[in-house]
Write a protein that binds this ligand. Sequence first.
Ligand SMILES: [Zn+2]
Ligand SMILES: [Zn+2]
Length: 346
Amino acid sequence: MKAMVLNRVCSLVENKSPLEMADLPDPVPGDREVLVKVLTCGVCHTELDEIEGRTPPPRFPVVLGHEVVGRVEDRGKEVRVFEIGDRVGIGWIHSACKKCTHCLAGDENLCEHFKATGRDANGGYAEYLVVSEDFALKIPHVFSDLEAAPLLCAGAIGYRSLRLTGIKDGQYLGLTGFGASGHLVLKMARHRYPHSKVFVFARSERERDFARELGAAWAGDTDQESPERLDSIIDTTPVWKPIVEALKNLKAGGRLVINAIRKEEVDKQYLLRLDYPAHLWLEKEIKSVANVTRRDISEFLELAAQIPIMPEVEEFSLLEANRALMELKERKIRGAKVLRIDGSLV
Ligand SMILES: [Zn+2]
Ligand SMILES: [Zn+2]
């Protein structure tokens, strides 16, 4: 099969074509696995973290891509759920042990044996991949192959963040950072918690206007004080200042949820401004969001179909994967970038 593979960790400043087209043997499904013919695969920021070594793949070459939509083309002899021809989605979670205390409690994202699609196992920048049928998910019909792909990641992790806030309808929610994930969370929160006011902290006036348009009760700069104390705040920024500033806006017993796979070092000094009485006293909590479970992805897809959330998509061919990644790196973003893999490569 044709695949765009990553052969080594590298700097995207020096190498603007980190992926190379390769011919790999077609994968063969194990007894409980399905062989999936890839139709589309979303391009995510996490690929940049993998390429540049912030969350490096354990072995090379590796096929990246964890927002995969495809059709079951073949199945192992013990596969029960999926038939040949079924449309399936595969997100960041490729597998977990299913036996440890985390897995049994439904927190398979925390499993010591968690494997990520497109990092620990080959992903969707290719014509085919294999996955255990337990980790392939059904996709609501309302979404096209192109629309479904980006929903499998940012939206699902945004949904998990919202779940981890523990807020109830009527309580006050804050969002610090208002990019792709933030605006999806605002839409979800407005639908799920219609009586909750949402307060948005963002650096640019354009983002603050957009937040108000989508129904935010208030929008201000990252370091501003919100007009109300908030029950929970979700942080989706890559830096530290928003964390310190958000803590002062929490109510007693409030919770800050950090949705970031890694934080950058640039402004780490800002943490020295942390003032215990103002920022942490009175049982304020900080919680990070790690990975995603199957339940998060499935529940988010259902919710996205109801609201509905229809992502704007920009289409690329598999051969254009490097260009899509570089545009993401350079923040040339006009919608979620999705590769269409149509078999015309052979
Ligand atoms: Zn992703
Ligand atoms: Zn486990």
